[in-house]
Design a protein around this ligand. Sequence first.
Ligand SMILES: Nc1ncnc2c1ncn2[C@@H]1O[C@H](COP(=O)(O)OP(=O)(O)O)[C@@H](O)[C@H]1O
Ligand SMILES: N[C@@H](CCOP(=O)(O)O)C(=O)O
Length: 325
Amino acid sequence: MMHRRVMVKVPASTANLGPGFDTLGMALSLYTWIEMSVSSDGITSFDLYGDGMEGIPTDKSNLIYTVAQQVFEAAGVQVPELHVAMYSDIPLTRGLGSSASAIVAALVAANALIGSPLSEDKLFQMASELEGHPDNVSASLFGGIVVAAWDGQRAEKVRIEPHADLDVLVAIPSFQLATEKARNALPTQITMKDAVFNVASSSLLVAAFASGNLELIRFAMRDRLHQPYRAALIPGMAEILEQATGRGALGVALSGAGPTLLTLVDRNSPRKAELESFLIHTLKDHGIHAETMWLKPCVHGPEITVSEGQQAQSFMERIKGEVRA
Ligand SMILES: Nc1ncnc2c1ncn2[C@@H]1O[C@H](COP(=O)(O)OP(=O)(O)O)[C@@H](O)[C@H]1O
Ligand SMILES: N[C@@H](CCOP(=O)(O)O)C(=O)O
């Protein structure tokens, strides 16, 4: 273990997919990489690469470090000093599951570093508990579309293979919105009518994904549990939710807790450019600058590479062919 290095590549995720609040997730082709090894000089250190890592702690309060220590504790081993290198293409605090991908990366890397004593299910349970909801972590851990339920004690999931024709277009506003803030915007009670609406929509959406019925997505991807309350935090969101399916999207939703807006698109659609322009201009009309990205559902979970001894190439040299920018 002393000279072992574990490289893990973990996908981003979009949670809720509209009506499936805290339940539905889909992995996306946007990634975080971390490399973990036992520190050779007995001091914990971090190399954080790329834009957007400002403010991420480089001491033992770092999320990757604290999650790794929970793995070691659960396995009954002690690895107090680590070296962690990290790079992420997933913008932080935008509703694309950056925290979940970091948690999953830390769990998987730490477990591999000590010879994988913890089962995948144990890592899933720990991830759900750490994130507080299972939707993002299950997508990052298992890939594809995942239906996950967590009762505070135990998480269960079923994975669905995404339809090959599904493309994903996201519009990522330039401002950040912490998940905690967007959760605090939600009411403590909702009407029976709205609850029934969401049970129906979410169930139909899962059935549409499972049966490959892309035409149903538009009708099923509607929500009354969280999106109406979060719309006040994201200028232009209400208009986009209302009009995107008329502009070429199969379905539209707030991605996770936002502020990113997500559309599902048939990859053969002739209206892709129209949709992209509609998203950008609607947000711009509301004073919001946004970056769009065309993504695919990511069909697999973490990719793990374990190596022993020194590496001739640096961390960034090894991943540079795969990063987005
Ligand atoms: N790679 C990372 N390493 C350490 N902390 C991270 C990492 N990625 C995300 N985080 C933490 O997660 C927070 C964002 O989580 P959250 O508000 O749930 O938004 P989202 O998960 O949608 O990006 C960041 O502010 C940071 O504290
Ligand atoms: N179900 C959660 C999902 C939060 O996702 P994130 O990517 O914004 O962290 C919620 O809607 O609060």
